[in-house]
Design a protein around this ligand. Structure first.
Ligand SMILES: C[S@@+](CC[C@H](N)C(=O)[O-])C[C@H]1O[C@@H](n2cnc3c(N)ncnc32)[C@H](O)[C@@H]1O
Length: 183
């Protein structure tokens, strides 16, 4: 089974990060998920963690998932790698290209299309590709609006995977955003 590696690049492990990472673990499983640059104890309950950055670690045939990469990941390409590296980043609108700037290792890079996905969507889509489903066979929705109270909503400017016609979000995220009134 391949290893999905997330370099945590936000200043803290925010509650929304925990929900996204937990969501990833529910799909790829604890043994196949490594979250680097953090020693957060909550994360260690559902993922392998390392205080070290990816820059200090070595990986079995790694590649980086980056929206700015020129080539798109396919099942055939994915079969040649064992480690898939992602940025643990909220993502800005317009996108700030942080993956390009902060995940600098000289490994091959691939995109999952040009639109930015949330980190959990990107990992789960890559997991699907690894398991043989090409990007063209998946369905997506660009951007979600979440009502947080009467007359007030927030926009999530990311591409989400549609599962049974509905955008797939980390369990608990909508409730958290309503409680916090945003990220
Ligand atoms: C919210 S995205 C961050 C994108 C952001 N605009 C940036 O600054 O790079 C979080 C992570 O998901 C992965 N990702 C999201 N969309 C992707 C795409 N279209 N292609 C490849 N990787 C993607 C990347 O690993 C990225 O670091």
């Amino acid at each position: 089974m391949p290893l999905f590696v997330i370099e945590h690049l936000e200043p803290k492990v925010y509650p929304w990060c925990i929900l996204e990472y937990k969501h990833i673990s529910s799909v790829v499983r604890k043994n196949n998920l490594l979250i680097t640059k953090t020693a957060n104890k909550k994360l260690a309950t559902f993922a392998k963690t390392s205080k070290k950055s990816i820059n200090e670690l070595t990986f079995d045939t790694p590649c980086i998932l980056d929206p700015e990469a020129k080539e798109t990941l396919t099942p055939k390409i994915a079969a040649t790698y064992h480690s898939f590296i992602f940025g643990g980043i909220l993502g800005d609108y317009p996108p700030r290209k942080r993956t390009q700037e902060e995940v600098k290792l000289p490994y091959p890079r691939y995109n999952l299309g040009k639109e930015q996905m949330s980190t959990d969507t990107a990992v789960i889509v890559t997991h699907n590709i690894v398991n043989g489903t090409p990007l063209e066979k998946m369905h997506f929705q660009d951007g979600i609006e979440i009502d947080i109270k009467k007359g007030e909503s927030i926009q999530l400017p990311y591409r989400y995977l549609l599962v049974n016609g509905k955008p797939m979000l980390p369990p608990g995220l909508v409730q958290l955003l309503k409680k916090q009134k945003g990220f």
